[in-house]
Design a protein around this ligand. Structure first.
Ligand code: GLA
Length: 393
């Protein structure tokens, strides 16, 4: 069953009636610009055709009830007016998956003048074909679908950037993952056949055509099936190292530095912090170079930038894992134009830019290499840059 039908079926099971409306938002892949968003720098993600659907009905008792195809037996319910007491202090009382949907409702209520006592209650059934834990932002897709629904139903009148920001607040405070704003922005602003060039300080966004079909290229994703969680461990450590680096170098954020600052940074910082800082500074430069290259020479010319981005994450930022390195190296050896890990790292997916005719060769090579290395079988599939969150019906 397709995810949109599944959401409607779940909604009927939950309430016995048809939903009032359906909203959806996509997962995302980042073309380039990793760990630059919380450093107020540049990113170039695109939304993908895999989406989370929210079938939503209206209740007259001020409560929010959510059910998900991830855990269909256990709807989670709360009074909207209780959400401020639950987040963030008592979030452990809420099932982990449900912190995203309830968290976005909480973030929208706290960031607007909407009165939790006055807005209507909602029943929400969620179903998705964005793989969970693959680094494709299944969480931003949940936040985007529900933010769009509540914005319409509650008449909040928020623009897409504000909805993305609320999703980021939900993730940081309600869920407790110290992530940046890239995923939510990509999910809200995505456009067909294009990437979104985002300045994460001003939140200015522009659409950059990718022209993949014209160039005969495909985007291949290798989900390594190595699971990662950004609410624990390495992600927060990297963010702290970047903030420490910026402070020692006397700037508000690493975004304020350029390649010309590297010699000074090397003198001032310990080796590890220096390499973290060097990744961010060079990655910001690569994002801008990628946008220029796409506009002037087309997608086939960006391969070396993707490759350099991966090397920087592997060697300087140290967020790759053997599965990601193997996926990238094998894809390239089998003829990919360029390849890199994508997303926060420590698992998740790699991205390869591949000639249409070579997709089966690259996929088979990656699967064979994983088998030979004794790794779990990866999921290899293509993605199409697609449109962001919207109302479906
Ligand atoms: C995760 C986070 C994003 C971003 C990337 C790394 O996907 O959610 O905000 O920091 O990692 O670029």
């Amino acid at each position: 069953m397709t995810a949109d039908r599944e959401a409607v079926a779940l909604f009927r099971e939950l309430t016995g009636s048809a939903p009032f409306g359906m909203w959806s938002a996509p997962g995302r892949v980042n073309l380039i610009g990793e760990h630059t968003d919380y450093n107020e720098g540049f990113v170039l993600p695109f939304a993908i055709e895999r989406r989370t659907y929210a079938a939503v009905g209206i209740r007259d008792d001020g409560r929010i009830r959510v059910v998900s195809s991830l855990d269909p037996r256990a709807p989670v319910e709360a009074a909207l007016s209780d959400l401020p007491a639950l987040f963030p202090d008592r979030r452990d009382e809420i099932a982990e998956w449900a912190r995203y949907p309830l968290g976005i409702a909480w973030a929208l209520l706290t960031s607007t003048s909407a009165d939790a006592q006055a807005v209507s209650g909602v029943d929400i059934a969620l179903a998705s074909d964005v793989p969970v834990g693959a680094g494709l932002s299944s969480s931003a897709a949940i936040e985007g679908a529900i933010a769009s629904a509540l914005n319409d139903i509650w008449g909040l009148g928020l623009r897409r950037v504000a909805l993305a920001h609320a999703g980021n607040v939900a993730e940081n405070t309600a869920v407790g993952a110290p992530t940046g704003v890239m995923d939510q922005m990509a999910s809200m602003l995505g456009e067909r056949d294009a990437a979104i060039f985002l300045d994460c300080r001003s939140l200015d966004a522009s659409v950059v055509e990718l022209g993949l079909a014209r160039a005969g290229l495909e985007l291949v994703i290798v989900d390594t099936r190595v699971q990662h969680a950004h609410s624990t461990g390495g992600y927060g450590d990297r963010r702290a190292a970047c903030e420490r680096g910026a402070q020692l170098l006397g700037v508000p954020a690493l975004r304020d530095l350029t390649i010309a600052d590297l010699p000074r940074a090397q003198l001032l910082l310990d080796d590890v912090t220096y390499r973290r800082v060097r990744h961010v500074i060079t990655e910001d430069a690569r994002v801008q170079e990628t946008v220029r290259t796409l506009q002037e020479r087309g997608p086939r010319a960006i391969g070396p930038l993707l490759d350099a981005s991966h090397a920087s994450m592997r060697d300087d930022f140290e967020i790759s894992v053997p599965e990601l390195d193997l996926a990238v190296d094998t894809a390239r050896a089998a003829g990919a134009v360029g390849a890199r890990m994508t997303g926060g790292g420590f698992g998740g997916s790699a991205l390869a830019l591949v000639d249409h005719a070579l997709v089966p060769t690259v996929s088979a090579a990656v699967e064979a290499a994983f088998l030979a290395a004794g790794f779990a079988t990866p999921h290899v599939f293509t993605v199409r840059p697609s449109e962001g969150a919207h109302r479906d019906g």
